[in-house]
Design a protein around this ligand. Structure first.
Ligand code: ADP
Ligand code: MG
Length: 423
């Protein structure tokens, strides 16, 4: 998509906004944009430069995101609310057209990468707690102070905050700004964050283990999560491309499939509580390494119905009034509130799942399930708000026991997901 209307091709050392920003390396990309690490010569800080595709609809989407981000940034002058901040915005002309650009504060890896690097084993509950507090602080700010619904909360859209400032501490962070375009622009110097370095080291250790050099690596392999010890787990909510206001919504179908609330599937209308549902799914995934719901279509039923079935198997039957109350309800439910095509459900419970499948200690499972369950209420109005959730005692527990770690073999033997339960 590097053509007219598409992405803008960037080379290391390219200047943006009359030379204020210098491109350093690519950080990531999305459907609509590429995101580059850039050096801000005004503030002498690293920033994230998001360069939108140039076609009109992408520019429109970027302008919407800028509008939301401006409200977010203006309302949080001390930058303490766990939501990404907008630093600048401008247009950049290139061979593929005019690209709307956003300059955002530079953050670290996403929680999805953290889960992956942890080899889908789940993080220690104390880490999960720290991350949950940040996300809830962000949601409370968005919901209560700004009236904004994120609508796409998931591990990918939550980024870790680097605890060291690369501009002030370039040696520790390994970040040295590239000010001029290098002769050969492939090797622009090391730009790894501390977390990235630890994760890379761990990935190397994992390779060493596979190749049978375990002994020489010592205890570091026993519990690879140890590599993250000492890292202050702070994070921020990002990606406001789909955000809306509670009283000004744009789409009926919102959220990424696995994090989608039941009222969205049923088209019963939605509000802030859809983010609370996604938050619970995200917290579960952090703690277990697996998605809470991974629906698939099957013989004679679609993905939506599978999703509803998975929800009920874990959370109990949906109240009839809720089940039949949406514009799409008739697609899935009969008048008794039973699913039309998936008739036999295998009920489980959240705390049993945590113990049986994820090898949580009984107490940990019970406490974590008590924290999550109210957020997964089928009646949206009954879900706690972010503000209420921040008061939950689970967030201030400190489990010295930690959850019982599964060993590698166990993890590999787990099957693909819970979606097969009822088939
Ligand atoms: P899109 O709206 O096109 O999906 P995102 O805002 O999700 O774009 O950004 C795409 C990717 O760029 C993210 O998944 C992440 O890897 C990276 N990224 C985005 N914002 C930042 C940031 N502020 N700091 C560091 N990396 C970022
Ligand atoms: Mg995205």
């Amino acid at each position: 998509s590097y053509r007219k209307g598409g992405y803008h091709a960037v080379r290391v050392g390219d200047p943006f906004n009359s030379g204020r920003y210098i491109a350093q390396r690519k950080l990531g990309w999305g459907q609509f944009s590429t995101v580059w690490l850039a050096y801000d010569t005004h503030s002498s800080k690293f920033v994230a430069l998001k360069i939108q595709k140039s076609a009109a609809q992408f520019t429109q989407a970027a302008l919407h995101e800028i509008e939301v981000l401006s409200v977010i940034t203006n309302g949080d002058p001390s930058n303490s609310n766990c939501v990404v901040q907008l630093i600048d915005q401008f247009k950049h002309s290139g061979p593929n057209g005019q690209h709307q650009c956003m300059v955002l504060e530079f953050l670290g890896d996403s929680l999805l990468r953290l889960i992956r690097y942890n080899r889908y084993k789940g993080l220690k509950l104390n880490k999960v707690r720290e991350i949950c507090k940040c996300i809830l602080t962000g949601l409370d700010y968005l919901h209560r102070e700004l009236g904004i619904i994120h609508t796409d909360l998931k591990p990918e859209n939550i980024l870790l905050v680097s605890t060291i400032d690369p501009a002030k501490d370039p040696i520790r962070s390994g970040l040295k700004p590239i000010i001029e375009r290098p002769e050969c622009n492939l090797n622009g110097g090391s730009t790894m964050s501390i977390i990235e370095k630890k994760l890379k080291r761990r990935a190397r250790n994992a390779v060493a283990k596979i190749s049978g050099r375990r002994a020489s690596m010592g205890g570091a392999l026993q519990n690879s999560e140890r590599c993250l010890d000492g890292i202050d787990m702070r994070c921020k909510v990002v990606d406001f491309g789909n955000a809306c206001w509670a009283d000004k919504q744009f789409a009926e179908e919102i959220q990424t499939r696995q994090y989608r609330a039941p009222e969205v599937i049923l088209r019963s209308g939605y509000s802030f509580s859809v983010d609370m549902w996604s938050f619970a799914c995200t917290a579960f995934e952090l703690a277990t390494g697996e998605m809470m719901f991974a629906p698939k279509d099957g013989q004679g039923f679609g993905e939506d119905e599978d999703h509803l079935a998975l929800m009920m198997e874990l959370l109990g039957k949906m109240p009839r009034k809720i089940a039949i109350g949406g514009a799409q309800s008739k697609e899935f439910f009969d008048r008794h509130g039973d699913l039309k095509r998936i008739r036999r459900l295998k009920f489980w419970s959240l705390d049993r799942l945590l113990v049986d499948r994820f090898k949580f200690a009984e107490t940990d499972a019970k406490e974590f399930a008590e924290f999550l369950s109210p957020l997964l209420d089928f009646t949206p109005e009954k879900r706690p708000t972010a503000q209420q959730c921040l008061q939950h005692p689970w967030l201030n527990l400190s489990s010295s026991t930690g959850k019982k770690m599964t060993n590698e073999a166990d993890v590999e033997n787990l099957d693909a997901g819970m979606s097969k339960l009822h088939v």
